[in-house]
Design a protein around this ligand. Structure first.
Ligand code: NAD
Length: 445
């Protein structure tokens, strides 16, 4: 099949490359010429494990091309995916201006029937509204299809090539047949393509991200209570997720969720609920808890040091999660800003996100060439993103480097008992330094 993929960010580029890998002919379109030039050379403008390898194969087989010429791509291809950004706008609603500019170009340049597939996450009702818009403004037939994306940055290629499910919202049997043919190579694992109406497809995407946000905020709130009471959240988690009805995946406490999707999708669902008179109270609570959770490490530092003024803090991890260079709504940037406004100096390291973080940060901060270098002379280490390479540092060196051995671990990457034995003052999220000595003989209870 011949496809236009408009917008080559974390979603569009991965989707385009994977469709090409499956044998389709994909033209990736982006308005950013520097990105297009880079991609033509086989280089990815974003960090995503495995992406460049698949991209090289598709380029070699001549299934993948890159262009800035949207109008020509619209004329040539019957199947047009829109994967541009839909960030949170000033009023909390998703900003659809990039999407609408592509829609208007389609109206202007389409000369034969088109299927327009919304890959971007859009407010519930967008496909219906756009269908009316095309019917009015476009001289040729256009059918709007909704195909929300569920990939996870950091595992995007694997998620796209072997999805848990593919969700398609569409109206006609023709559109259904087109999408079935397109996705057939990706569901050989037996996982389903779920066809539904457009509204339900749009709502499915918001429901998925909002539910995951609720899970995270639930465990984060429990972890805060565990910290106060002296229980251990890992034990609690193990205990209650052993119930087959409670899926343990994606259920770890930390420094709050961030990224380009959860915060804005949660906000969008809340807005939709308010608009239709059905307040999304549970999702609103998850959002409120997340705002508090982003400050948990800061409060722990304040409690330990009294004031942050004059301190030097080493920060490990800048991206909103490991295996990506994406720093949109990253808790690390939020914390760094807080530390610096409170008078601390920050030296940070991240394996791939230093450049994106420096560009996105509202405050200047120092960085170092590796994790250990930023700890030299620091008053404390603050772990914000759980990159694998942070999991087993040389603790002797770390102890020597820090002014005093204090570690604040926002992702529970180290073992509390081990840290205690090594002589660190160690703060994590909802865990205790438990060992067998906690189980006393009956006489000693
Ligand atoms: P992104 O910001 O990384 O990429 C958007 C791309 O679109 C950019 O390269 C930009 O230059 C390009 N663009 C903007 N306007 C354009 C135009 N008029 N013509 C051509 N190109 C244009 O965004 P993203 O993270 O890939 O997200 C895209 C959409 O997918 C969003 O709606 C997002 O909510 C959704 N989504 C994202 C993820 C994720 O993990 N990032 C996952 C699922 C869904």
């Amino acid at each position: 099949m011949n496809i236009s993929m408009v917008g080559t960010g974390y979603v569009g580029l991965v989707a385009g490359v994977c469709f090409a890998d499956a044998g389709h002919y994909v033209e990736c379109v982006d308005k950013d010429k520097s990105k297009v030039d880079l991609m033509r050379e086989g280089k990815s403008p974003i960090y995503e494990p495995g992406l460049e390898e698949v991209m090289h194969q598709a380029l070699k087989r001549r299934r993948l091309t890159f262009t800035t010429d949207l109008s020509e791509s619209i004329r040539k291809n019957a199947l047009i995916f829109i994967a541009v950004g839909t960030p949170e706008g000033a009023n909390g609603d998703p900003d659809l201006s990039a999407l609408m500019s592509v829609v208007d170009e389609i109206c202007k340049h389409a000369t034969a029937k088109k299927y327009v597939v919304l890959k971007s996450t859009v407010p519930i009702g967008t496909a219906r509204n756009l269908q009316e818009y095309f019917n009015k403004k476009c001289s040729v037939a256009v059918e709007v299809i909704n195909n929300p994306e569920f990939l996870k940055e950091g595992a995007a290629i694997e998620d796209f090539l072997r999805p848990d499910r593919v969700v398609i919202g569409c109206v006609s049997n023709e559109a259904r047949a087109v999408m079935e043919e397109l996705y057939e190579p990706f569901v050989k694992n037996g996982h389903p393509i779920l066809f539904m109406d457009n509204m339900s497809a749009e709502m499915t995407k918001y429901a998925a991200n909002s539910f995951l946000s609720v899970k995270i905020s639930f465990i984060n709130e429990l972890a805060r209570l565990a910290d106060e009471i002296g229980a251990d959240i890992n034990q609690v988690r193990r205990g209650f997720t052993s119930d087959r009805r409670i899926n343990p995946a994606f259920f770890y406490p930390g420094v709050g969720y961030g990224g380009s999707c959860f915060p804005k999708d949660v906000e969008a669902l809340i807005k939709t609920g308010t608009k239709y008179g059905v307040p999304m109270k549970i999702v609103q609570a998850a959002d409120d808890v997340n705002d508090e959770q982003k400050l948990v490490l800061y409060h722990k530092l304040k409690k330990h040091f009294g004031s942050l003024s004059g301190l030097t803090l080493a920060v490990w991890g800048l991206s909103f999660k490991p295996r990506t260079d994406d720093v949109r709504e990253a808790p690390a940037l939020f914390l760094i800003e807080k530390f610096i406004t409170e008078g601390a100096k920050v030296k940070a390291f991240d394996p791939v996100a230093i450049e994106t973080a420096k560009k996105a940060s509202t405050v200047p901060f120092e960085t170092g060439p590796d994790a250990m270098s930023v700890t030299r002379g620091a008053d404390a280490l603050v772990v914000v993103t759980e990159w694998n390479e942070f999991r087993n540092p040389d603790f002797d060196e770390l102890k020597k480097n820090l002014k005093s051995p204090v570690v604040f671990d926002g992702r529970n990457v180290f073992d509390p008992l081990k840290m205690k034995k090594l002589g660190f003052q160690y703060y994590s999220i909802g865990r205790q330094a438990l060992n067998d000595a906690n189980f006393k003989t009956v006489e000693n209870i």
